[in-house]
Design a protein around this ligand. Structure first.
Ligand code: PLP
Length: 461
């Protein structure tokens, strides 16, 4: 693995450029969150001190990536940066064909429209907001086949992203394989708390799907982080590099959608990768309608270059160890303080269990939403809700979905914050935990039709 680690982990980089951040007064923050309808997505980032809203597009690029930006070939067609990107995807992930898109959901849209027919069933290891919506808009119905442990924030199962294969097989038998265009598999599972799937489970899934002739489509947004967890926890993978494990995971699947804004550390970008030449042909045709020509798909040449470099950096052992190490540092602090969080700690953030944190607030008064607002008021730390608001409504009945997991996500951008920032975050969470009885529930006063968590507005009860 190239390194001998004697002491604790440290970032494998030094800081060359800084961006100042400012802390506001509590009075200012109270007013700001009220104006934002108690939705942290509606805050101005100027009013935020430590921004843990998301790890999407918020990572720090390396000097190599910035140098790559200067090598942008902005030709409308056939940009050399596209070919570098294609080569990086083939080398590091092993997929044959690549269609760039502006970000992950652009790829989800195209792939869903091509593969899903009205009335189809799409089983997956827990839903993701945009992924599921695109599956539904294409006429499909998402069915959760993740193991039960994933819905239990206290289960210490090391691979809570695993598929329950018996559940899947009974769904295949019930509906017939021809009603299932593909199995939707995420590495890692965001909504479960950034939990990995094991290689053994992925191999067993491949065998089962081969038996029925069903594709596996890989949501590979955080595949390198998943590979690192396999290296750390799964029998037989200690001696393999994250790069090797990443490729092995990808090669067990038939194609992928990627939000390059996460693992691959670019501010914008994504792609669809597929091995089937016919699906590739259709995707390449469709991308010109919705994203752009098939050699840029909504990205500038310079962004494709930065992405090609970011892919390589994302699978380096030193990088990923420090990235996940920082997340685990914060998680350990909160666990030591007795704060209820999803265990084991995942790879891209800490997920606070809002049901346990605020047992006096019923789920239809949005405890996670209220907790994220309280944290912001205390310290200017911005988190996000991952609970009943994010889960939306049932497509058929229109009722609220009531997910088991009612979480606040503290998402850590890659290479951006220091350990001292993590200390401040932990202190603030501990502070509001000590006065949790004073936090009140919310009522929703505005609800958008799609992906309501982004723009919904609330008032205190
Ligand atoms: C972010 C994300 C997506 C969607 O990607 P965008 O780039 O935000 O469009 C899909 N799946 C997972 C697991 C994600 O985290």
């Amino acid at each position: 693995m190239g390194t001998t680690i004697k002491h604790s982990w440290a970032e494998p980089f030094k800081i060359k450029m800084v961006e100042p951040v400012f802390i506001t007064t509590e009075e200012h923050r109270k007013k700001a969150i009220e104006e934002a309808g108690y939705n942290t997505f509606l805050l101005h980032s100027d009013d935020v001190y430590i921004d843990l809203l998301t790890d999407s597009g918020t990572s720090a690029m390396s000097d190599r990536q910035w140098a790559g930006m200067m090598l942008g070939d902005e030709a409308y067609a056939g940009s050399k940066n596209f070919y570098h990107l294609e080569e990086a995807i083939q080398n590091y992930y092993g997929y044959k064909h690549v269609v760039p898109t502006h970000q992950g959901r652009g790829a989800e849209h195209i792939l869903s429209q091509i593969l899903i027919k009205q009335g189809d069933i799409v089983p997956g290891n827990m839903y993701f907001t945009t992924t599921k919506l695109h599956q539904e808009l294409a006429g499909g119905k998402f069915v959760d086949i993740i193991i039960d442990e994933a819905h239990d924030p206290d289960s210490l199962h090391p691979f809570k992203g695993n598929v329950n294969l018996e559940k899947l097989e009974s769904i295949i038998k019930e509906h017939g394989a021809d009603k299932i265009p593909y199995i939707s598999i995420a590495t890692t599972v965001n909504m479960a708390g950034g939990q990995p799937i094991s290689m053994a489970n992925m191999k067993a899934l491949r065998e089962l799907t081969n038996k029925y002739g069903i594709r596996i489509i890989h949501d590979m947004t955080r595949v390198a982080e998943n590979a690192y967890m396999i290296q750390q926890k799964e029998e037989g993978y200690k001696g393999k590099s994250v790069a090797e494990i990443t490729k092995e995971l990808c090669m067990l699947t038939d194609g992928a959608t990627m939000s390059a804004k996460k693992d691959a550390m670019v501010n914008i970008g994504g792609f669809l990768a597929i091995n089937d030449p016919d699906v590739f042909d259709e995707a390449r045709n469709m991308v010109v309608i919705y994203e752009g020509l098939h050699t840029y798909g909504g990205m500038a040449g310079r962004d494709m270059e930065a992405l090609a470099i970011g892919i390589k950096e994302s699978v380096q052992d030193d990088h990923i160890r420090a990235r996940v190490g920082q997340v685990h540092y914060l998680g350990q602090k909160l666990m030591d303080a007795g704060v209820p969080i999803v265990k084991p700690v995942g790879t891209h953030g800490i997920f606070i269990d809002a049901k346990k944190f605020l047992p006096h607030i019923p789920q239809d008064q949005f405890p996670a939403q209220a907790l994220a607002a309280a944290l912001y008021i205390d310290s200017g730390v911005r988190a996000m809700e991952r609970g009943i608001v994010s889960a939306g409504r049932n497509k058929e009945t229109g009722d609220n979905n009531y997910p088991n997991l009612e979480l606040v996500r503290l998402t850590i951008p890659r290479r951006v914050y220091t350990q001292a920032h993590m200390d401040v975050v932990a202190e603030s969470v501990e502070c509001i935990y000590s006065k949790r009885n004073t936090i009140r529930g919310l009522k929703m006063v505005y609800e958008p039709k799609y992906l309501r968590f982004f723009q919904a507005r609330f008032e205190e009860i």
